[in-house]
Design a protein around this ligand. Structure first.
Ligand SMILES: Cc1ncc(COP(=O)(O)O)c(C=O)c1O
Length: 370
C-alpha cells in the first residue's frame, strides 16, 4: 500500500476534499489519545455536559441534544422507530440518494412510509410540499437539509413552516451541513435535527448527534416497540444527568468537546459559516471557469459539497485517479450519478488557500486530459 494512503507513523497524508469523512485536525486527534475516566464518573459527565451545551449553541436551540454511538443513519432509524405509531403514516420528501435511504429505513421497520420523489438536482419548493401534504395526514415528515448526492441545499426557511402547519413532526437530516451551514433549530421549530460528525464537524466517524423537541419526546411515549438501543426516551433520561445508557465512545466525545470549543470560541460560529459560504462560491466559480455545469438547479447549490456535471466530456475516473497521485482525493458521483457527475467536498477545516491549491492542480490535470 502506498505511503500516501497508509503511513505507519502518520496515517494517511492524503488531502481530503470529500463529502465525509474529512481530515481530522491534530487538536482532535491529540485530545482523543488522552486517557479517560469511566462513563459513570463525574469527569465524564462534566465533559458530556460541555458537549450538550456546545451543541445547543451551535444549533441555536434550548432543546435537548442527544449523543448516539452510531453514524447518522442510526438517528434516521431512531426517528422512524420512535415517532411513528402503527396506524400512522410518514412522509419522506426525497431529493436524492439519502432521502431514498430514509424512506427505505421506514419501510424496513414496517412503518407506513410514503415517498415523494423529486427529480434529482431539484430542491423542495413550498408548492411541492403543500401538494404532498394535501394527500394524507402524516405523523412525521423527513427531509434532508443538504442532499449530499446531488449537492442541493433545501430552502428550509420556506418549507419547514408549511410542514409544521400541517401538525406533523419534522425531522431534518443535516448530516452534511451541520457545523458548516447555519441552521436555527428553535426559530424553525424543528423536532429532530440530526447529523454525524465525520463531515462538517471534522471528527472521525462513529458518533451522531441530534436536537430533539419536547413534542417529539412526548410523542415517543405513545409509540410501542421502539427497541432498546436507539430509544429516544432512555437516551434522553440519561442525557439529563449527562450520561448515556450504554458505553459511549469516550475519546470521540472528548474530541467533540474540543472541536465545539474551536468552532464556538476560536474560529467563531459565524466565521465558520462564512468560510463554508466562500468555499462553496469559490468552487462554483472555478467550475464555471472550467466549463462544468453545476448539477443542482441554480440558487440551491450547497456550500459544503459541489456536484458537477460532465459538460466538457472528460473521463472522470481518470481525472479523479490522476488527482489522487498528486495527493488529493475528490469523489465520483453518488450511485446512479457515477461518471455523470463528480463531487468536491469543501467542509470541515478546509481553508480557501487549500481549496485554491487543489483546484490549481485539478485544472492542470483537466487541461492534460482534454
Ligand atoms: C445527507 C446524508 N444523510 C445521511 C448520511 C448517512 O450518514 P452516515 O454514514 O453517518 O450514517 C449521509 C452520508 O453521507 C448523508 O450525506
Amino acid at each position: 500500500m502506498s505511503d500516501d494512503h497508509f503511513n505507519k507513523n502518520k496515517g494517511s497524508i492524503l488531502k481530503l476534499f470529500t463529502p465525509g469523512p474529512v481530515k481530522v485536525p491534530d487538536r482532535v486527534l491529540n485530545a482523543m489519545a488522552l486517557a479517560n475516566d469511566t462513563h459513570r464518573s463525574k469527569p465524564y459527565s462534566e465533559m458530556h455536559k460541555l458537549a450538550v451545551e456546545g451543541l445547543q449553541k451551535l444549533l441555536f436551540t434550548k432543546n435537548d441534544c442527544l449523543i448516539f454511538t452510531s453514524s447518522a443513519t442510526g438517528i434516521m432509524e431512531a426517528c422512524v422507530r420512535n415517532l411513528i405509531k402503527k396506524d400512522e403514516k410518514a412522509l419522506f420528501l426525497s431529493i436524492g440518494a439519502f432521502g431514498d435511504r430514509w424512506y427505505e429505513i421506514g419501510v424496513s421497520n414496517g412503518k407506513e412510509s410514503i415517498k415523494a420523489d423529486i427529480e434529482w438536482g431539484k430542491a423542495l419548493t413550498p408548492e411541492i410540499v403543500k401538494e404532498e401534504l394535501s394527500k394524507h395526514d402524516y405523523a412525521i415528515v423527513c427531509i434532508q437539509a443538504n442532499e449530499t448526492s446531488t449537492g442541493v441545499y433545501n430552502p428550509l426557511n420556506e418549507i419547514i413552516p408549511i410542514i409544521k402547519d400541517s401538525g406533523a413532526l419534522i425531522c431534518v437530516d443535516a448530516t452534511s451541513s451541520m457545523a458548516g451551514i447555519k441552521l436555527e433549530v428553535d426559530k424553525l421549530n424543528i423536532d429532530v435535527c440530526l447529523a454525524s460528525v465525520q463531515k462538517c464537524f471534522a471528527l472521525p466517524p462513529g458518533l451522531a448527534l441530534c436536537s430533539i423537541s419536547s413534542k417529539a419526546l412526548e410523542k415517543t411515549k405513545e409509540v410501542k416497540d421502539r427497541g432498546l438501543y436507539l430509544d429516544f426516551l432512555s437516551i434522553q433520561k440519561k442525557n439529563i444527568v449527562y450520561q448515556t445508557p450504554n458505553t459511549p465512545p469516550i475519546p470521540q466525545i472528548r474530541g467533540l468537546v474540543v472541536q465545539l470549543d474551536h468552532i464556538l470560541n476560536q474560529e467563531g460560529i459565524e466565521n465558520r459559516f462564512e468560510r463554508h459560504k466562500t468555499l462553496g462560491k469559490r468552487t462554483r466559480e472555478w467550475a464555471n471557469e472550467i466549463g462544468f455545469e453545476l448539477f443542482p438547479e441554480k440558487g440551491y447549490e450547497s456550500d459544503t459539497v459541489s456536484t458537477m456535471k460532465n459538460s466538457i466530456n472528460i473521463d472522470f475516473e481518470k481525472m479523479i485517479s490522476t488527482l489522487l497521485t498528486k495527493g488529493y482525493r475528490i469523489v465520483n458521483g453518488y450511485g446512479s450519478l457515477k461518471n455523470k457527475t463528480f463531487r468536491i467536498g469543501h467542509m470541515g477545516e478546509i481553508t480557501i488557500n487549500e481549496l485554491d491549491n487543489m483546484l490549481e492542480v485539478l485544472t492542470d490535470i483537466i487541461s492534460e486530459l482534454k
